[in-house]
Write a protein that binds this ligand. Structure first.
Ligand SMILES: Cc1ncc(C[n+]2csc(CCOP(=O)(O)OP(=O)(O)O)c2C)c(N)n1
Ligand code: SF4
Length: 249
């Protein structure tokens, strides 16, 4: 029988540790497909965060390291500068990046480090039980904002893809989502393009993935897919915020 689909070989047989319906598993699989299609399985070095994807190194048969809370862009900087021919890919959640490690991502883009950053924004601290993050939507109920996030107490959601795009050190910044087949295909295209930019020696390439966290949001997986359209992308619009490759053509 003709094989029409199979698991990327770069993935091990260890099951993903994510909840059913979580966006992380989709994003991890896209990354695996891209590494194979770009023939980077030997050249890639993945930098994992603290968060629900902390165990993902067990799923990829690729060189990797887990960086402590929010420090992934700093760790990736050291790796890329000492191994400039490798594809150094950072993967971070919003709690890890925007709460715990905002300084590291800011200084990585200020320096224009030639790395990829995949930023998974599910508007919540997933791993630790659904606490409010800097990306939590106004009015969103979380374990630490049971009456909904209020700007007067906790400020406003942070728009990372737009913010990163404003730095000269950023070569590419796009926001995508993974709540429908079309959006998953667009997410793959964006991540693939960003990886190609790194292999061409360009500056920091950033892809924010608006991702569903049904467990943290307290909804069923199918409802979480709808919430990406009805809530998340209303505040975090999808699109390209900077693409220096296109602008220079
Ligand atoms: C110094 C420190 N602060 C906080 C924690 C708890 N902690 C573990 S993972 C994490 C963040 C998880 O949220 P996020 O980065 O949004 O990733 P997700 O789990 O949602 O994918 C936190 C706060 C910790 N272990 N150590
Ligand atoms: S808590 Fe949320 S982000 Fe973490 S694995 Fe479960 S659904 Fe995914």
């Amino acid at each position: 029988m003709k094989v029409v689909y199979k698991k990327p070989e770069v993935l091990t047989d260890v099951s993903f540790s994510y909840c059913g319906g979580c966006g992380h598993g989709i994003i991890n699989k896209l990354l695996a497909e891209i590494l194979e299609e770009e023939k980077l399985t030997e050249k890639a070095i993945l930098v994992w965060p603290i968060g629900c994807s902390v165990y993902a190194d067990q799923n990829f048969n690729v060189d990797s390291i887990c960086a402590l809370h929010g420090r992934a862009p700093a760790v990736a900087t050291g790796i890329k500068r000492s191994l400039p021919d490798n594809a150094v890919i950072v993967y971070q959640g919003d709690g890890d990046m925007v709460s715990e490690g905002m300084a590291e991502i800011m200084h990585a883009v200020i320096r224009g480090e030639k790395i990829n950053v995949i930023f998974v924004n599910n508007a919540i601290f997933g791993m630790t039980g659904g606490q409010m993050a800097p990306t939590t939507l106004l009015g969103q109920k979380t374990a630490t904002s049971p009456y909904g996030r209020k700007a007067a107490n906790s400020g406003y959601p942070v728009h990372m893809a737009e913010l990163i795009s404003s730095f000269e050190g950023c070569y590419y910044s796009e926001r995508v989502s993974v709540n429908s087949p079309n959006n998953i295909m667009a997410a793959k295209k964006a991540i693939k393009k960003s990886v190609q930019y790194q292999m061409d020696g360009k500056g920091l390439s950033f892809v924010e993935v608006v991702s569903q966290c049904p467990t943290g949001w307290g909804v069923k997986p199918l409802d979480s897919l709808k919430m990406v359209d009805t809530s998340m992308t209303k505040i975090y619009p999808l699109g390209v915020f900077k693409d220096s490759g296109v602008e220079r053509n």
